[in-house]
Design a protein around this ligand. Structure first.
Ligand SMILES: NC(=O)C1=CN([C@@H]2O[C@H](COP(=O)(O)OP(=O)(O)OC[C@H]3O[C@@H](n4cnc5c(N)ncnc54)[C@H](OP(=O)(O)O)[C@@H]3O)[C@@H](O)[C@H]2O)C=CC1
Ligand SMILES: CC(=O)N[C@@H](CCC(=O)OP(=O)(O)O)C(=O)O
Length: 700
């Protein structure tokens, strides 16, 4: 009870009206007085007191205590009490907090993003890793949801990520719902026309704007000789229509409609429908308005895109350039026709707007950070986050600008450089921006005014603190996202170390993220999979291109000094030696060198083994460790630095085992400016802002 009062006091102090309800809600009998003493079994819930508190505008704070008819107070299990409460209140969502931020697949170690009980429950319970507490929890949740409306769901999330579950569409923990069976039909007769009409009238922009009527669309489908397939869920909360041919002779099917209600988005039905239609159609094209609220979602699903005249053409599964050229030229042709029609009918058609062409392989993995990114057409704005970049002139700053320029959900608000102040930002096409020289006080102001959603610090070591302090001095409640590329906070416990391949679960919702060092990223990727087989300290021979030394003149970036040369430096105690040892929890020796090439790092890592292993054994361990990682490629031969330059992923290979079988040499290459800095910062930003982890990152 005293905890209940403490909670109420803390909430009141933060300006939230709260009411303590330590009793009077749950009625109970003894569970088994002899065996369990004062433990109760709930027999009734009085929702009146809860509703009265809500009507009075106060958050009801309950305890898991119940009362017998004779007035004896009994303890009840808090999960059980929450379940009983949910049965009475029938909420849209029940949130359980756990420390791990969700349920984890015991086999892959990955967080489970969504469980659809109707489709997955039986299979799930058969999994060998579903046992003890996990089994009990899943069974309890199924029992609970079986008694609630289908629109209800359960979220399991950590306290640190709770705000995402409550205030955004992009929950970060595990979402469990009963779900509906999905349908796929290829004739109009099989479709429920009333439901189809309802969702199109509510969610389809073309119908809403009066461009087409539902009847005319159905007629169009009926007369389409190549045929179509419609997908959705039973209540028609999501509807997708794929036409077997886009009508231009390209032979590529076209996703003609993809509409969803808010409830379907909340419950992730959009991704399930997408997964179903992807099974039938490996290749697809589709078009989306450039300002569509769901653009991030579409980028996530697509492997390539082309934008012109306010429309983006997306595609996936098109493996040869000539087909891509064909669909792009058909897209342009259709635009031209539209222009003629618009001109003759007095409408307007703009040309010469931003035009961009990109190909990117994105993952459809249900475990990605950006679930439930699809928002309904009711959402008013496209969810673009504004970035302030301090240290924008530098090598990593410039790479970040390029990445943000091609990112569907990020845009630049400020670029700060002392040297370039007043100059136009070149190479950024989203809007005209001029470099500014922001003082810590100005950073404070812009944090307060909400002009920036996230700050990136791409400054040298040792100069970030005034900017961090400025941000922290004005934060109240909601925290600003801050990603620091320097080494200043890589050992600070209150900051999250942003190496997603190893601590992905900690990043969504994190607001202070220290981006790992370049050598440190490559070294950890090279050593981590073998940690439990090590017999002593790995020795890492690292060679970096001179961009690693930044733009400030030094012997390590002096091209005359570097010509025909390889320069060893910081022979012991390089900061990355400490960083790698600290974050791996295993001592390593690191010997850095700088070479005459500009960009890239190669790391040759010697590791003593605690048992005899073959090269094949070791390769298998690495392949398994990085199987689902888009930014780590395990290769057959020895990776070469020049082949990795300009790539956003790292490569690991070599796996040369000594004849004793007790020593292996692994080689890793990484672009110091990309996965070693800017790309990793975007991965971290995406995760912390609730976007898909690889959004805006070219994967090939
Ligand atoms: N280069 C690399 O490969 C990697 C770098 N890093 C880290 O990223 C950070 C940036 O590196 P990098 O881009 O190479 O560095 P650069 O030297 O290329 O750029 C540093 C930037 O910071 C600005 N700057 C320098 N000193 C100050 C100061 N006292 N106050 C305000 N601004 C300042 C500079 O611009 P201006 O002088 O115009 O203000 C410039 O924009 C560093 O901490 C580095 O350790 C991490 C991984 C890899
Ligand atoms: C060639 C060269 O000089 N490289 C840099 C590494 C750059 C980097 O990632 O360092 P931070 O840890 O400071 O971010 C160095 O050894 O200091």
């Amino acid at each position: 009870m005293s905890e209940n009062l403490k909670l109420v006091e803390a909430l009141e102090k933060m300006g939230t009206r709260a009411r303590p309800l330590p009793g009077g809600v749950f009625a109970a009998q003894y569970l088994d007085k002899e065996r369990y003493g004062f433990v109760g079994k709930i027999t009734g819930v009085n929702k009146e007191v809860i509703e009265a508190s809500i009507r009075a505008g106060a958050l009801p704070i309950l305890t898991s205590l119940a009362e017998t008819p004779a007035g004896q107070i009994l303890n009840v299990n808090a999960d059980v009490a929450a379940g009983e409460l949910a049965r009475v209140l029938e909420p849209l969502k029940i949130v359980y907090l756990n420390e791990k931020n969700g349920l984890y697949n015991g086999e892959t170690g990955k967080k489970i993003d969504v469980i659809n009980l109707d489709e997955e429950y039986d299979e799930l319970l058969k999994q060998p890793w579903v046992k003890y507490g996990t089994k009990l929890k899943i069974k309890e949740i199924k029992e609970l949801l079986d008694h609630l409306p289908r629109s209800s769901s359960v979220a399991i999330i950590s306290a640190g990520h709770l705000h995402k579950e409550l205030f955004t569409d992009s929950g970060a923990g595990t979402l469990i719902r009963r779900g509906f069976k999905l349908f796929h039909h290829n004739s109009l007769d099989q479709l429920d026309k009333d439901r189809l009409r309802k969702i199109m009238e509510k969610e389809d922009p073309e119908v809403k704007s009066g461009n087409i009527s539902v009847s005319s669309y159905l007629h169009q489908l009926e007369s389409d000789k190549a045929g179509f397939k419609a997908y959705g869920d039973e209540p028609y909360e999501v509807l997708a229509v794929v036409k077997n041919d886009d009508g231009s002779g390209s032979g590529v099917p076209k996703l003609d409609k993809f509409v969803a209600t808010k409830a379907a988005v909340l419950n992730n039905v959009t991704d399930n429908v997408w997964a179903l239609l992807s099974k039938d159609y490996s290749a697809l094209t589709w078009e989306v308005d450039e300002n569509d609220a769901n653009k991030g979602w579409h980028f996530d699903k697509a492997e390539g895109s082309f934008t012109k005249n306010g429309k983006t053409l997306f595609w996936k599964g098109l493996n040869d350039v000539s087909t891509i050229e064909k669909v792009v030229s058909n897209f342009l042709e259709a635009q031209k026709k539209e222009a003629v029609n618009a001109a003759t009918s007095g409408g307007s058609f703009t040309s010469g707007q931003r035009r961009s062409f990109s190909t990117m392989k994105q993952s459809n993995s249900p475990f990605m950070g950006g679930r439930r990114m699809f928002s309904t057409s009711a959402a008013s704005n496209r969810d673009v986050k504004k970035i302030g970049l301090i240290g924008a002139r530098g090598y990593t700053g410039q790479e970040l600008i390029r990445l943000v320029n091609n990112h569907p959900s990020l845009e630049i608000s400020y670029v700060s450089s002392r040297e370039l102040e007043g100059k136009p930002l070149e190479g950024y096409t989203k809007s005209p921006i001029t470099y500014v020289n922001l003082s810590a006080d100005q950073v404070k102001e812009k944090t307060q005014s909400g002009e920036v959603d996230a700050w990136i610090l791409a400054l040298p070591n040792g100069v970030c603190k005034p900017f961090v302090d400025a941000v922290e001095s004005v934060e109240e409640g909601k925290k600003m996202v801050l990603v620091d590329l320097s080494a200043d906070y890589r050992f600070t416990d209150s900051w999250t170390y942003g190496l997603p391949e190893f601590n992905r679960a900690k990043i969504p919702g994190a607001t202070r993220i220290s981006n790992p060092g370049c050598y440190a990223t490559g070294s950890q990727l090279a050593v981590h999979p073998l940690l439990k087989h090590l017999n002593g300290s790995p020795s890492i021979f690292g060679v970096s291109g001179y961009s690693g030394a930044g733009t400030k003149p030094s012997p390590n970036n002096d091209v005359n000094h570097l010509k025909d040369n390889l320069i060893p430096y910081s022979l012991t105690n390089h900061i990355h030696e400490r960083e790698v040892s600290h974050h791996l929890g295993h001592e390593v020796n690191f010997m850095p060198h700088v070479a005459p090439f500009f960009q890239g790092i190669t790391l040759t890592v010697n590791m003593p083994l605690n048992k005899t292993m073959t090269s094949g054994d070791i390769r298998e361990i690495y392949e398994a460790a990085y199987e689902n990682e888009k930014l780590v490629h395990v290769i057959k031969g020895v990776p070469l630095v020049k082949e990795n330059s300009g790539k956003h992923f790292a490569r690991v290979g070599g796996f040369g085992v000594h004849s004793s079988g007790k020593r292996v040499v692994v080689v890793a290459t990484i672009d110091n400016l990309l996965k070693g800095a800017a790309t990793q910062a975007v991965q971290n930003l995406n995760l912390s802002l609730g976007l898909g982890e690889y959004t805006g990152i070219p994967l090939d």
